[in-house]
Design a protein around this ligand. Structure first.
Ligand SMILES: Cc1cc2nc3c(=O)[nH]c(=O)nc-3n(C[C@H](O)[C@H](O)[C@H](O)COP(=O)(O)OP(=O)(O)OC[C@H]3O[C@@H](n4cnc5c(N)ncnc54)[C@H](O)[C@@H]3O)c2cc1C
Length: 396
């Protein structure tokens, strides 16, 4: 129903081969290297090796529809690739297709000045540096960004940025050189024109990583989730991305195609969990029969297969709508997938854990980390309820 182009199919085959030959085996090596490293915020050598290999094979910046910057694929073609990458938590970065860099690259490509492009966009496209985005704050309900308190005040030839952000994904990574910070710059303006998005180099005086945060005990190393203090940080005048007071525009642009990418990644992860569940249920004998021959397990498998396919079709429809009708007319689909897909992924991965018994909870299986990722996706980039209420508004 949703046709992939010949080029999309050819890239799928090559990406799948790369995953099979390099990525699954690397998961354990990278985890072991991180476990033995002196600091969790050290980049395992194998990550950079595999990045170079993927780039040499042309499997690089595949998410970018603009041929000046990336592969020039339509959203639907890329959706299939994002599913393949999403099967492994380490994979998207190896192809320079991982959040938050992908969203930041899109924002810079759309809104940056020539100088900002040279300084930030090119090194990000090359995978030489990483970046983060800081919107949420510990002291206010951040699902409503009009609550955010961090200030950006005009001073001679520049601004002073002051405040505290948290859950800044990727900011613990030693390669993270840039944070896009959403800050209150025009408090007297109408509510959606009060904030600016500002480009802050991580080595600026007054930018301090206060601590790293964990999701169910997972620290997300080597990238992490940081609480970041911006203590009277001076930044030059040309650091605003897009127009002053237009942070909402920049943030919205970041999130449109990104929702399809994130949802297809999660579908890939849930598909892998489903395949593991099927294998375990076939191989393991309980009470005299393989698990697959017990009715309750059959229901878990059958439901998972249905729910995965429903979510996949819905997300393909969202990608096709983005391609054919543009972001404004895709808003309904984008809200639907952001609600439906993380919930589906949680349910399917949870069933897979159950069928694996204790193994599914342990470090010997990818399932526990996969569940943490899927569960976090029901809150990160806005909790389910925010997207349900936007969807309800679009429908009424
Ligand atoms: C793993 C992870 C990574 C993240 N990465 C980033 C990042 O890189 N950059 C960044 O800025 N932020 C990041 N975040 C933060 C994330 O965007 C916020 O946590 C999210 O927007 C919700 O804000 P909050 O936690 O303050 O929840 P609150 O705003 O306090 O909301 C709490 C709860 O209230 C309920 N609620 C909210 N709105 C409604 C409504 N309209 N109707 C009914 N109920 C509602 C929901 O149940 C919601 O979960 C990340 C979070 C996680 C978990």
């Amino acid at each position: 129903m949703f046709e992939v182009t010949a080029r999309g199919r050819e890239l799928q085959a090559r990406l799948q081969a790369f995953m099979d030959e390099n990525v699954y085996a690397a998961e354990k090596v990278i985890a072991a290297e991180l476990r033995d490293a002196e600091s969790r915020w050290t980049v395992p050598a194998l990550i950079e090796e595999l990045k170079s290999k993927a780039r040499a094979q042309g499997l690089w910046n595949l998410f970018l529809p603009d041929t000046r910057y990336g592969a020039g694929l339509c959203h639907l073609d890329y959706a299939h690739l994002a599913e393949l990458m999403g099967r492994s938590l380490i994979a998207p970065e190896l192809f320079n297709c991982s959040a938050p860099d992908s969203g930041n690259i899109e924002a810079l490509a759309l809104h940056a000045s020539d100088e900002q492009r040279d300084r930030w966009l090119q090194p990000l496209l090359n995978g030489e540096i990483r970046s983060a985005v800081a919107m949420a704050e510990p002291v206010v309900a951040s699902s409503d960004p009009t609550n955010l308190l961090t200030t950006l005040s005009q001073r001679d030839e520049g601004y002073i940025l002051h405040g505290r952000k948290w859950w800044v994904s990727g900011a613990c990574d030693p390669r993270c050189r840039l944070i896009l910070v959403m800050a209150l710059s025009h408090p007297e303006a109408p509510v959606h024109q009060r904030y600016s998005m500002v480009l802050v180099p991580t080595d600026t005086h007054g930018v301090n990583i206060a601590r790293s945060l964990d999701v169910f005990g997972y620290d997300g190393a080597p990238s992490g989730y940081a609480e970041v203090e911006f203590d009277q940080v001076w930044i030059p005048e040309d650091s605003i991305l897009g127009k002053p007071g237009k942070a909402f525009e920049v943030a919205q642009g970041r999130l449109g195609p990104g929702r399809v990418h994130q949802c297809m990644n999660l579908i890939g992860l849930a598909q892998r969990a489903y395949e593991a569940m099927l294998k375990r249920a076939s191989d393991r004998v309980v009470f005299g029969r393989p698990i697959t021959q017990h009715g309750m397990a059959q229901e878990a498998l059958a439901r998972s297969r249905c729910e995965l396919e429903q979510a996949r079709l819905l997300t393909h429809a969202a990608a096709a709508t983005l391609d054919r009708r543009g972001i404004r007319l895709a808003r309904e689909h984008l809200a639907m997938i952001k609600v439906a897909v993380p919930e589906m992924a949680c349910t399917v991965i949870d069933r897979a854990i159950q069928i694996h018994g204790a193994l599914g909870l342990s470090q010997d299986s990818f399932l526990a980390a996969a569940y943490a990722q899927a569960r976090a996706a029901r809150i990160a980039d806005g909790p389910d309820q925010v997207h349900m209420s936007s969807l309800a508004r679009l429908l009424s």
